[in-house]
Design a protein around this ligand. Structure first.
Ligand SMILES: Cc1ncc(COP(=O)(O)O)c(C=O)c1O
Length: 951
């Protein structure tokens, strides 16, 4: 550590101190990190070989201290103006209960957890997500909801493709979409429909009914973008009579008052849960939702939490149909969603728990009441109100005066939505007050008190008569004490980064520093509506521009889009850019995407969604792409070759020497090169994909650039492109300055409110710090590989016997010899207090370990010791000392409860739960090993009745 302890953040972020680093290097057999760079990274791609950083990184400032950087960020934040937002259009102000802000959003136990792939140590967030699913299903009147979508517009797009899959009877490629959808929802639907050959017919369905002809589906929205509320039942019935299925976008708060679409026969329901306590944040992140009838559960995209039982027969949660989710079914994929919006889904679910049905209904009544007052005031003042039936949004007709009204409101600190020159819409929300209504009336030139006597503006809408949120998850935690303890009880069941290293390969579970997290809840970022006037958002726009420039420099690309809100969405946006590039050049036949067999499932899924055919390229026995097969595939597809998608360093954790040759071969054949940058933690400051052959890459800011995983989201998946693809970057109807492609997310800058995390990280680290982080991550992975190789053979290495930033431990031989599986080892690690590495990806029967740069040598050694001890346990099974079916590995994980009863095992209780003594703090798994198949056979995806827990 350097002497200046206050200013050198890199020393805090990077785990190993100088002595620790020396030990790493000594075991690896190199003298310095620079030597490691030349040994590990192929010379053909390595930048700054004399020990300097990548050429591009000289644009970064020298690193600054946390306090200096936060002062700069404060100055940027102050350039934003947080006005009262009454813009609506899918984004509403909300009052986040402080107990939820502090105990979820600001609590590393929640925000540093990973996707609950190891359910035994993830019961807390799984329960919270089951509450989310129950909340959505109850409010929409549907039977099954998934555990979040990326945003409302992408949820609508997923609903569209779900209807197509579900409607096996219809041969029609057409979908009828009501004209009163939010513009961003309609635009994302259009982006998604085109490559899939879906024809969107947009019409005023509510007034004019369904257009002539066949449709596989119909999409409605209630309330409409214009605020109108209507009875959807006749349209749903008419659509069904015509053989079409129906998806309805619905506002969950409104559904506390009006009949939910599920009770009217809708086949799917989609929307956002933003106004359930999640700040607007200039567009995100928020949890979208998608709900269906039970018959469509197995075609539902995204993650689904379900109830099952553990080895002792006790109820336990886990991701249902997990195999399907994890593999995203590759080229047979129905969706590419991997990272979702877990943290925000948890927040929304807890908001519902805290308020309960009565509280939510009261909030909805107040919101509707203010909207009603506003409408009556306008009418009394001679302003025409377009719709008679509405919930929160009032559409006023002001011929030729829209700009004037909007400007007058802005002068009073209130943003309204200018629909066109003659119409203004005003949305009320949880934060609306009587003073706001008076000020808005003033802006319309209407004075006087609005009449409170007018009947409800929802009188003509079908009222909600059914009960909702009656489960105790929504009735028991209404006091702050109860909620605080509930959140603590849940998070205590989970193993997050605040307790132990999480060595998940391909996931980069590095430090998410407190200073980086600080700004995300500042009102200057959290309080911005994504369509707020440009002059009010100067600070966040500057931050976006900074970040685009820095990420372009780091990756060697010419332009960057921050819009994609997950890696999968970046892949999709990048492939759309490639597709449009070919189309614009008249290469309309170029539709084939080559993908190595080792690729992450999202790659193939994204290619399919972008209208491409997937052709799998074989890998050699050393894990590298098989160049002969690649050349043969290129020759086979010649004129049809659109692109190759290749992950670098590979998902096998190696820097393939042939990368430049691979890119060259594809380019020579007229194809484009997509380099999946999810593994950029092994490249930053060392090599740039935009310079060694890529045309486009996505990066996962929730991996390399410190955005925490939040238990499975949010994420940010920006793409960098070379200049020729820049015109095709995602655009947005509300942001004309963006690229010429269609939008892939609801908001122009995607999950903008978490971008300060990455901005802060880069500022704190500077070019040198970033490079050191990459090299330390590589050193740590190689240290683990060297030390564990004799116990668990390392599957793949590069030219000099080096791995990149992760290594694959091959257990297949061990399993064959002893019967002990990767599952057994993964679960046993929980008994040792560790989170398992990535299991069976990208090679079945293996574990992939990625330590990152943030773990110090003590933690690395503790993990290695645990793995060695597990190997010794395996040997005892192999030697017959413990039976294959009854040993500490097969019995893992062990709970405190399982010690209490009779103990009939050939190993002791102490061996079960304190295999290495009591030195390491014990995090007790909440349940025993979970029977996934049982849960999949008996799907229960919302809160079960309480009797289920009494067995
Ligand atoms: C190599 C690779 N590509 C793409 C993705 C998809 O990213 P996301 O989960 O953000 O959608 C991942 C995620 O794990 C990955 O490891």
């Amino acid at each position: 550590m350097s002497v200046d302890v206050t200013s050198n953040f890199a020393d805090r972020h990077i785990g190993p101190d100088p002595a620790g680093l020396n030990r790493l290097l000594e075991v690896i057999g190199v003298g310095s990190l620079d030597e490691l760079a030349t040994k590990a990274v192929p010379a053909t791609i390595l930048d700054g070989r004399d020990g300097g950083v990548s050429d591009g990184l000289d644009v970064l400032d020298a690193p600054k201290s946390e306090h200096e950087v936060l002062a700069e960020l404060t100055a940027l934040a102050r350039k934003n103006t947080v006005a009262t937002s009454m813009i609506g259009q899918g984004y509403y102000d909300t009052l986040t209960p402080p107990v939820l802000l502090r105990n979820i959003i600001e609590n590393p136990a929640w925000y540093t957890a990973y996707t609950p792939y190891q359910p035994e140590i993830s019961q807390g967030r799984l329960e919270a997500l089951l509450n989310f699913q129950t909340m959505v299903a109850d409010l929409t009147g549907m039977e099954v909801a998934n555990s979040s979508m990326l945003d409302e517009a992408t949820a609508a797009a997923e609903a569209m493709t779900l209807l197509r899959r579900a409607n096996r009877k219809s041969k029609s490629p057409r979908i009828a979409v009501d004209a009163d959808l939010f513009p961003q929802t309609a635009a994302v639907l259009a982006t998604r429909a085109e490559p899939l050959g879906i024809e969107i017919v947009t019409a005023n369905l509510v007034d004019d009914g369904l257009p002539e002809g066949d449709f596989f589906g119909v999409v409605l929205q209630i309330p409409g973008a214009s605020g109108r509320v209507y009875d959807a039942a006749p349209l749903i019935d008419a659509a069904h009579e015509r053989g079409a299925l129906v998806a309805v976008g619905a506002d969950l708060l409104a559904l506390t008052l009006i009949t939910p679409p599920g009770e009217q026969g809708a086949d799917a329901c989609f929307g956002t849960t933003q106004r359930f306590g999640v700040p607007m944040g200039f567009g995100g992140p928020h949890a979208g939702y998608l709900a269906v009838n039970a018959g469509n559960t197995r075609t539902l995209p995204g993650r689904l939490v379900g109830l099952s039982v553990d080895a002792d027969g006790d109820p336990a949660y886990r991701l249902a149909l997990q195999t399907r989710e994890q593999h995203i079914r590759r080229e047979k994929a129905t969706s590419n969603i991997c990272t979702a919006q877990v943290l925000l889904a948890v927040l929304a679910a807890m908001y519902a728990s805290y308020h309960g049905a009565e509280g939510l209904t009261a909030i909805a009544r107040r919101v509707a009441g203010y909207a009603g007052h506003l409408a009556s005031g306008l009418r009394a003042g001679g302003v025409e109100v377009v719709h008679d039936t509405f919930f929160d949004t009032v559409l006023a007709r002001v011929p030729g005066r829209a700009d004037e009204v909007v400007a007058a409101a802005a002068a009073a600190g209130i943003n309204l939505y200018r629909v066109d020159a003659d119409h203004v819409s005003v949305s009320c929300d949880e934060a609306t007050t009587a003073a706001h209504i008076t000020a808005v009336l003033d802006a319309f030139g209407v004075s006087g008190e609005p009449s409170a006597t007018e009947g409800s503006a929802l009188a003509a809408a079908p009222a909600r008569t059914s009960d909702f949120l009656r489960h105790e998850a929504f009735t028991r935690y209404r006091t702050e004490t109860a909620m605080m303890r509930y959140l603590r009880r849940l998070s205590d069941k989970d193993l997050a980064l605040d307790r132990t290293m999480i060595p998940l390969g391909s996931c980069t579970m590095k430090l998410n520093a407190a200073a980086e997290m600080e700004a995300i809840t500042w009102p200057e970022f959290a309080g911005l509506h994504p369509f707020a006037p440009t002059e009010q958002t100067t600070g966040i726009r500057e931050l976006v521009a900074d970040l685009e420039g820095w990420l372009a420099a780091v990756t060697g690309y010419d332009a960057v889009s921050l819009q994609p809100n997950a890696g999968s969405q970046g892949e999709y946006a990048g492939l759309l850019a490639i597709r449009q590039y070919h189309l614009d050049r008249g290469d309309i036949q170029r539709d084939t995407c080559l993908i190595p067999s080792s690729a992450h499932g999202t790659n193939a899924a994204s290619a399919v969604m972008a209208g491409m055919r997937v052709e799998v390229v074989a890998c050699r026995s050393n894990g590298d792409v098989d160049l002969d097969d690649l050349r043969a595939k290129i020759a086979d597809h010649a004129e049809r070759l659109a692109a190759i998608m290749i992950t670098y360093p590979s998902t096998h954790g190696v820097y393939e020497e042939d990368i430049a040759e691979i890119c060259g071969a594809v380019h020579d054949a007229g194809g484009q090169v997509y380099i999946d940058g999810a593994n950029l933690n092994a490249l930053v400051g060392l090599a740039r994909p935009g310079k060694f052959g890529g045309d486009v890459s996505h990066l996962n800011l929730h991996k390399t650039f410190c955005i925490p995983h939040g238990g499975g989201g949010p994420g940010v998946g920006p793409i960098g492109v070379r200049a020729h693809l820049a015109p095709y970057l995602p655009g947005h109807p509300a942001e004309p300055g963006l690229g010429g492609g269609g939008p892939v997310s609801a908001a122009p800058f995607g999950s903008a409110s978490i971008l300060p995390i990455t901005w802060t990280y880069i500022k704190l680290m500077g070019a040198e710090g970033l490079r050191r982080a990459s090299l330390t991550a590589i050193a740590s992975a190689n240290y683990i590989a060297r030390r564990l190789d004799e116990y668990f053979p390392v599957l793949y290495t590069g030219e000099n016997g080096m791995v990149a930033h992760e290594c694959i431990l091959d257990l297949r031989g061990i399993t064959k010899a002893t019967g002990v599986t990767v599952d057994d080892v993964a679960k046993r690690l929980a008994d040792y207090g560790f989170h398992a590495p990535t299991m069976s990806f990208p090679v079945a029967g293996t574990l992939m370990v990625e330590p990152t740069e943030s773990e110090d040598i003590a933690e690395l050694d503790a993990f290695i010791d645990a793995m060695i001890s597990i190997r010794q346990e395996i040997d005892r099974v192999g030697a017959g000392e413990w039976p294959a079916e009854d040993n500490p590995l097969r019995g893992a994980p062990h709970t405190a409860e399982c010690l209490v009863g009779e103990w009939n095992h050939p190993y002791s209780r102490a061996t079960a739960v304190f295999p290495m003594g009591k030195a390491r703090a014990k995090v007790w798994p909440a349940v025993r090993r979970i029977d996934g198949a049982h849960g999949d056979r008996n799907l229960v995806c919302s809160c079960p009745p309480l009797e289920a827990y009494s067995s």
